[in-house]
Design a protein around this ligand. Structure first.
Ligand SMILES: Nc1ncnc2c1ncn2[C@@H]1O[C@H](COP(=O)(O)OP(=O)(O)O)[C@@H](O)[C@H]1O
Ligand SMILES: [Mg+2]
Length: 395
């Protein structure tokens, strides 16, 4: 009943360990932007289960503490940015229009939104547009320019209302390169005018690559922050502090064992903490408890975290990832080694490769390389296909 651990996507952990510097930077950026000073937007990228969604939610809370109006979107696969943004911006403008000083600006922004919807044929479902589009605004046909024009007006409305707007988008790897590029430029344009808009995105490591040629430019405008596994001290804190807060204890040897199994990956830490708490009969939680917890944790991971990801793949994609996991060298793996293992040419299996990248299963850390976006996925595949000795292990 008192188990403090929370192994669940996006669930706030009992102790948000090792992220103080990142949160401090984000807070400074929020406060500067709200004051009309230059504050950099962030893109957080990293493997699955490293705590990106939790960070976005934490930063969102911080934004509210600084009187921001916020919008939080999770980008689904294959949906355009404008379709996602339309209802959200509409709502933001409605809120700003409640301020007497901002009414006119909010209306102008709503007209820009309407003309963008019209020019870009955004599907808005059943919603009827209550304002007339303004010809010549946000309808040039260049996404970058039109989104910039829209964001300038939203920013002016925010400023007139004496508020600020923070946009959060999770899973940004599912946005197209054009969409993400335009978003970065639009936010930047608003900031050049000292308007109080800031953006926080989070996604898999491929987001850095999605930026393509515009990347170096984007990197100057935005802060790209890697969200990685925790170092040992932070990983120990993530487990020990919640246990102690409940008036219980855990030995250093127990913590070492958890760290060895989880490699400090936040999601795995929660899973091990949860099961260690569950199996332990009394304090201190010690190595034998961790051994028992490891069986249970791995079983849980295999049945959920890893399995759901594998289930989304086609047969050829499954063969591809299995070949990756079977390679003696890596990660990262060489695409040509995967091809060789399957007895095919790189071209013959390139659509399977694209497929798993598109589904967010893998990414390409460098040209010709490929790696899993899920930590320790290779070990899971080995277990799942019975090439293993039978002993559950993650390392
Ligand atoms: N800094 C942290 N310390 C301890 N646990 C964390 C930390 N960040 C996230 N977690 C836990 O890790 C799990 C995954 O977090 P989530 O934000 O969903 O990851 P991501 O979005 O990167 O896939 C959750 O159970 C969460 O409670
Ligand atoms: Mg997430």
């Amino acid at each position: 009943m008192r188990n403090p651990f929370s192994p669940d996507a996006g669930r706030p952990p009992p102790e948000l360990a090792g992220r103080d510097a990142l949160l401090e930077d984000a807070s400074v950026a929020l406060q500067r932007t709200a004051q009309g000073r230059a504050g950099r937007s962030h893109i957080l990228y990293g493997l699955r289960g490293t705590g990106k969604t939790v960070l976005l939610n934490t930063i969102r809370k911080e934004a509210h503490a600084h009187d921001y109006l916020t919008t939080f979107i999770e980008a689904p696969e294959g949906k355009g940015l404008l379709t996602l943004l339309y209802p959200e911006i509409r709502e933001v403008l409605r809120q700003f229009s409640l301020y007497e000083n901002a009414k006119a600006h909010a209306h102008a922004a709503a007209r820009a939104l309407a003309s963008m919807v019209k020019a870009w044929k955004v599907s808005v479902g059943d919603v009827t547009l209550s304002v007339e589009p303004e010809t010549g605004v946000a309808d040039s046909g260049s996404l970058e320019r039109d989104l910039s024009a829209l964001f300038l007006r939203v920013g002016q409305a925010a400023q007139a209302a004496g508020r600020a707007w923070a946009l959060f988008i999770d899973e940004v790897q599912y946005l197209s390169k054009e969409d993400l590029g335009a978003l970065i430029v639009a936010v930047h344009r608003a900031n050049q005018e000292d308007l109080p808009i800031i953006f926080f995105g989070a996604g898999l490591p491929q987001v850095a690559g999605i930026m393509g040629n515009t990347k170096s430019y984007a990197e100057r405008l935005f802060l790209f922050v890697q969200v990685d596994h925790l170092d040992k001290a932070a990983a120990f804190d993530a487990i020990r502090l919640p246990v102690e807060k409940e008036g219980e204890s855990i030995t250093d040897a127990g913590l070492e064992a958890i760290f060895a199994h989880t490699q400090g990956y936040p999601y795995f830490l929660q899973e091990w903490g949860f099961h260690a708490w569950k199996v332990a009969q009394a304090s201190p939680i010690d190595v034998p408890d961790i051994d028992a917890a490891t069986q249970a944790a791995i079983h849980r991971l295999d049945e959920s975290f890893f399995r759901v990801r594998l289930d989304r793949l086609t047969l050829t994609e499954k063969a591809y990832v299995q070949a990756m996991a079977g390679l003696p060298e890596g990660p990262p793996y060489r695409s040509k080694d995967v091809a060789a293992a399957l007895g095919k040419t790189v071209n013959q299996i390139s659509s399977a490769r694209d497929g798993i990248i598109k589904k967010g299963m893998a990414y390409s850390p460098a040209h010709g390389d490929i790696a899993f976006t899920v930590p320790m996925f290779a070990a899971y595949l080995t277990r799942a296909t019975g090439q293993d000795t039978g002993e559950p292990r993650l390392l």
